[in-house]
Design a protein around this ligand. Structure first.
Ligand code: THU
Length: 138
């Protein structure tokens, strides 16, 4: 497993998250989000938010990308790019921070993007300190 992800792979994920954002189904919030993961094998997995007329049943882009990773046999998130529009950073919601936590590595990077590119990078500990994960179950 590579310790550090290449700049090329990072850029691949950033570009993919920005591009896939337009595929989101967000008729209620009008807030489209794209997410792209590079897994432990260097493979790309993508997701978008999918809303629902019964509002709480909507799902986030990160959730979709994680589901795609697991379905493809990926096990760990090396890098995840999340892309949204607006003036504020499109940081993952609390539930998605915990979902990312489940598959995070010590060096996992979360890149927050807008249509022009990556605007900020965080570690999991930055956005979910003192987290509860699989190890906590003993
Ligand atoms: N959303 C995401 O998909 N990911 C985020 O990181 C933040 C929020 C979605 C959920 C909902 O469909 C819309 O954005 C507005 O909250």
């Amino acid at each position: 497993m590579p310790e550090l992800i290449s700049d090329e792979k990072r850029q691949q994920a950033v570009s993919a998250a920005i591009k896939i954002m337009d595929m989101a189904y967000a008729p209620y919030s009008q807030f489209q989000v794209g997410a792209a993961i590079i897994d432990e094998q260097g493979r790309l997995h993508q997701g978008v938010n999918v809303e629902n007329a019964a509002y709480p049943n909507g799902s986030c882009a990160e959730t979709g990308a994680i589901a795609a990773m697991i379905a493809a046999g990926g096990e760990k998130i090396q890098f995840i790019a999340v892309a949204g529009r607006g003036t504020e950073l499109c940081t993952p919601c609390g539930a998605c921070r915990q979902r990312i936590r489940e598959f995070a590595l010590p060096h996992t990077v979360i890149a927050i993007c807008d249509p022009s590119g990556s605007k900020a990078e965080f570690s999991l500990a930055d956005i979910l300190p003192h987290s509860f994960g699989p190890d906590n179950l003993g």
